[in-house]
Design a protein around this ligand. Structure first.
Ligand code: HEM
Length: 484
């Protein structure tokens, strides 16, 4: 097996793994033992990949055996009734679920969502202009509204709307059910053989499941009604319903499948945009260089559009560097599992191992990314490595690669370019007039890791830009009427 720290019988290495930010420990082990490390969590072998090369060699080149998931008994089987594909093993159910997301979000289909992304980003800019202190909330609203629009054809004005809150509750419960060690049945699956009445761990997640189903079916039925009335814009749910006879999916399976962007696409997108703001506070020379490019290509009389993207290589590099500098999907998303015994560089990888591609460590590999703590967009412009030119690494691997990648990259481009065009991003100032920069390492713990909320100033660069934002906002709100 690959090298790794020595564990103890029964618990394996669990006691050596901190409950908080385990990705840091993973990276330490990769530094000490090499790019492929093995540990045991209980009796399950766990492989930690610490370089992009190792992750590509295994998760991509051998994706037919590395694209499954570990078993999630409570969160996946009991709470989600095997209908949340993110936690499904590589089987027919998952393939059908994945097809829904692929047809909804592949590169060409993502082009059709650019209009709503552009309109929503104009709303976000105007909100930042008028209420800059709550910039983080505005970015979260942007991300939530794009997801509800492309999924259910309905935008949101605020993150306090019922649909967003109910979804957050559901996601919080899902995450809380997925904490390693919380449920005995995850380590002792034979407990599932007890008479159902004695399976005490079922009651709470099964109650929650009823609530989830009510919520998801309500959204599904709302789309169906609006399809019958002819009042819904084209969206993932309407497309999937139109296709249902061919796909053979039940109503409930569709309701779960189309809800995936809720859990996977809001926090990741908004968190990455907050990382961008944090980076600009610490690397003001990058901000100036990006603004010079925007001033040259776009000017002050109009805002950047998707059509400018090819003429803005530095902005594209800033987006890539944001995804690298502090990847929000720190552990590479949900771990993979390998479905057959394998060997790699003379190391044995047993069937059933859980595989983490530790993006936090991978993005800080000094061979691929020299001076990894520095925010250097230039590394994406001066490279001859094709895999850095189209930078898909932050979105995972092989058959499990993020299906929302194109939608996400479009969101990042349109917001990063417009925020830089519109505002100087400056540190907050304390009572004594001193600039206060947030700690660049202060990130949340959890499945996705984003910066802990921080204050800063977003100051409009000039009056022409401010007037342009107000004008574009008015026009955007009229166009957005169709998305209510
Ligand atoms: C900056 C934003 C985003 C980042 C960094 C990100 C990153 C990731 C990563 C690393 C994975 C795991 C891939 C793997 O297992 O190898 C993933 C999976 C996934 N992402 Fe994203 N994502 C983002 C936005 C989105 C959006 C906008 C959507 C939906 C429209 C989405 C939907 C999904 C889904 C459904 C999966 C699970 C795929 C599966 O298990 O087959 N993501 N994402």
């Amino acid at each position: 097996m690959p090298p790794g720290p020595l564990g103890i019988p029964i618990v394996g290495n669990r006691h050596q793994l901190p409950a908080i930010k385990p990705w840091r420990k993973f990276a330490e082990w990769n530094k000490q033992y090499g790019p492929v490390v093995s540990i045991f969590l209980g009796s399950t072998p766990v492989i930690i990949l610490g370089t992009a090369r190792a992750a590509w060699d295994l998760l991509e080149k051998r994706s037919e055996i590395y694209s499954s998931r570990p078993r999630f008994i409570v969160a996946g089987e009991i709470l989600s009734d095997n209908k949340r594909g993110l936690m499904l093993p590589n089987n027919d159910h998952w393939r059908k679920w994945r097809k829904v997301l692929h047809s909804g979000f592949h590169a060409r289909q993502a082009e059709t969502y650019k209009e709503i992304q552009s309109l929503e980003s104009k709303v976000a800019l105007q909100q930042i202009l008028n209420d800059p202190r709550r910039y983080e909330k505005h970015l979260q609203r942007y991300a939530a509204s794009v997801v509800t629009s492309v999924t259910y054809g309905r935008r949101v004005d605020s993150v306090d709307e019922w649909i967003v809150k109910e979804n957050m509750d559901a996601m919080d419960y899902l995450t809380s059910a997925n904490i390693p060690g919380k449920y005995l049945v995850e380590s002792w699956p034979w407990l599932l053989k007890l008479p159902r009445a004695l399976q005490w761990f079922r009651r709470e997640p099964e109650e929650r499941r009823k609530r989830d189903i009510n919520f998801l079916m309500h959204l599904f039925n709302d789309v169906k009604t609006r399809m019958q009335n002819g009042t819904i814009p084209d969206c993932l749910t309407s497309q999937t319903i139109s296709n249902q006879a061919r796909s053979g999916l039940t109503d409930l399976e569709v309701a779960y499948a189309v809800s995936s962007p809720f859990g996977a696409g809001i926090e990741t997108t908004a968190g990455t945009l907050t990382v961008f703001v944090l980076a600009m506070l610490h690397f003001p020379s990058v901000m100036r260089k990006a603004q010079e490019e925007l001033d040259r290509v776009v000017g002050f009389d109009r805002m950047p559009e998707f059509g400018d993207q090819e003429s803005l290589p530095y902005i594209n590099a800033v987006v890539n560097e944001t995804l690298r500098w502090r990847p929000v999907a720190v552990l590479g998303g949900t771990p993979h599992a390998v479905t057959a015994d394998d060997a790699y560089n003379n190391m044995y990888i047993p069937k059933g191992s859980t595989i983490f591609a530790n993006l936090w460590g991978i993005m800080r590999d000094p061979v691929m990314f020299p001076s990894p703590d520095d925010f250097q967009p230039e590394r994406f412009l001066e490279t001859s490595e094709p895999r850095l030119k189209t930078f898909e690494l932050p979105f995972g691997f092989g058959r499990r690669i993020c299906p929302g990648m194109h939608l996400a990259l479009n969101s990042l481009f349109v917001n990063v370019s417009r925020i830089l065009w519109a505002f100087d991003i400056l540190p907050a100032v304390d009572h004594g007039g001193n600039e206060v920069k947030p700690d660049p390492w202060n990130f949340t713990d959890g499945f996705n890791s984003r910066p802990v909320s921080f204050d800063c100033r977003l100051v409009p660069r000039n009056g022409r830009i401010a007037a342009c934002i107000e004008e574009e906002y008015k026009a955007a709100m009229t166009r957005l009427d169709g998305w209510r």
